[in-house]
Design a protein around this ligand. Structure first.
Ligand code: SF4
Length: 478
């Protein structure tokens, strides 16, 4: 895997005496979704208390913090700074007080109309606390949502508020009375509900529900709001569902033991690997995964091709996930420390090395170089997703097209750059054919067809805010 940045993970529990401890455990299971900051807000039914900080879940919370937060309803968040800066103010949940009392908000995704919403709010006197983005002066999406909640027209109208948000959002909101979960009509980011003996849990991924022994119930549907309070669970549809699930969650982001969009992640990755073997066959002595991302797809490739699976890399587990490091140099250094090749296994062998993606190419190159230095005779790279040629505007940090190696170089040049013998990617059709509902997926970063206002977003990110004015009038498909 190359150096893509993730965004966020959400976890909430309502109605359990040790809700805070359960959220803490759940956040541990979602740590792969963001390593930069973590936070928990909880309530005893009258007020909200919170704690957040920079770093891993295990570093942010001390026993005394958890004791102070101990309550029967809590929401938590782990974060990578997709658009906001990596600073404490941007750690979530964000907690605020308005005319209806206290509220905490945690968000996973990326809105595409933050600039215009902010402008309207500032005209109305709002002052923003969170940091600006790298691309323009946009506050965090969560803060925009908090300010909108305080507007008179939205105070009793969460559905109306959510209809005015454009882009990707899976949300958890906590008030002293209830916990609210919501997902944008496209359902870009996952969000699922679990049942506990004494309450409910909501999580970005089902692996976090397993962690606290919650029974998986279902996903929050695209366009749905779920209110969880003293009287149980109540659902409302705020907009018709138009599913464009992020297929990259299945390929790379989510944990293999999670159920996402109704698919088990490990099994679908195995199918991708099998399809890859069908589309890009090669004669070789062994199939080697790039751990951990390539593990399941390599298994599928090996089973479908009949080429034995081998372990060619050893991973240093004490190095964090490279792509989550915000600084390019830090990422590169860590990428090189993270893996080593087993030379006794690969020396003199023709190796098929399976990975989940190549985005910018630099990390991949150093990894395949390890095999060469270890003595592999031939290196055939197989990637279990199509080439990334277009930016993502829905919460994943590849927003600059020129940084994507497949956007600027043809296959032959990439092969040359990686210094390998051959390179094969899974096709878009092949990828979609491995899912049970191919038409329900976003493949914009491969195909360039954006479900929501892509061109406008791009211009807005460059600071040309007038483009965003047009967001209400057009949906541009590029
Ligand atoms: S553009 Fe790619 S990464 Fe972004 S939401 Fe769509 S499939 Fe996911």
């Amino acid at each position: 895997m190359d150096e893509i940045k993730h965004e966020c993970g959400l976890f909430g529990v309502y109605g359990s005496l040790d809700a805070t401890e359960k959220v803490y455990q759940g956040l541990y299971s979602l740590q792969h979704r963001g390593e930069e900051s973590a936070g928990i807000a909880s309530t005893d039914g009258s007020s909200i208390v919170w704690h957040k900080g920079m770093g891993l879940v295990g570093n942010v919370f001390k026993p005394r913090d958890l004791r102070r937060l101990r309550n029967s309803a809590a929401i938590g968040h782990v974060r990578y700074s997709t658009i906001g800066r990596s600073e404490w103010q941007n750690a979530q949940p964000l907690v605020a007080e308005y005319s209806r009392g206290q509220v905490a908000v945690a968000h996973n995704g990326q809105l595409v109309n933050t600039s215009s919403l902010r402008r309207d709010l500032e005209r109305g006197g709002a002052v923003f606390q969170t940091q600006t983005t790298r691309h323009n002066h946009t506050p965090s999406d969560s803060e925009v949502i908090l300010h909108l909640m305080a507007k008179p027209e939205y105070r009793e109208n969460l559905s109306g508020l959510l209809r005015d948000l454009k882009g990707a959002f899976s949300l958890l909101i906590l008030t002293p009375e209830e916990m609210i979960a919501a997902r944008d009509p496209n359902g870009f980011r996952p969000l699922c509900i679990g049942k506990l003996k004494d309450g409910y849990a909501v999580a970005s991924e089902s692996c976090a529900l397993d962690q606290i022994r919650a029974e998986y119930l279902r996903e929050v549907s695209p366009g749905e709001i779920v209110y969880i309070g003293k009287n149980g669970l109540r659902s409302e549809t705020f907009a018709p569902a138009k599913p464009s699930y992020c297929i990259f969650e299945l390929i790379y982001f989510s944990r293999p033991d999670s159920m996402i969009y109704g698919e088990n992640v490990h099994l679908i990755r195995k199918r991708l690997g099998a399809k890859l073997a069908e589309e890009c066959p090669v004669e070789a002595d062994m199939v080697i995964p790039v751990p951990e991302g390539g593990n399941s797809a390599a298994m599928g490739y090996s089973q479908a091709s009949g080429i034995p699976l081998e372990r060619g890399f050893v991973r240093n587990h004490y190095i964090g996930r490279t792509f989550i490091q915000p600084d390019v140099e830090q990422r590169q250094q860590k990428a090189e420390m993270k893996l080593n090749a087993i030379s006794d296994v690969v020396t003199g062998k023709r190796v098929v090395v399976v990975d989940d993606s190549i985005v910018r190419g630099t990390t991949s190159k150093s990894r395949f170089g390890l095999l060469k230095r270890a003595g592999a005779k031939e290196i055939h790279v197989r990637i279990s997703c199509p080439p990334h040629r277009y930016p993502c505007y829905y919460g994943i940090d590849f927003q600059i097209k020129e940084e994507l190696i497949a956007a600027v170089r043809p296959l032959e040049e990439i092969t040359e750059f990686l210094e390998v013998d051959s390179l094969g990617y899974l096709s878009i059709e092949g990828l979609l054919s491995c899912t049970s509902s191919p038409k329900d997926y976003c493949v914009a970063c491969f195909a360039g067809k954006y479900p929501v206002q892509a061109e406008i977003v791009k211009k807005a990110r460059e600071g040309a805010e007038e483009w965003e004015e047009k967001a209400g009038e057009h949906t541009i498909v590029v």
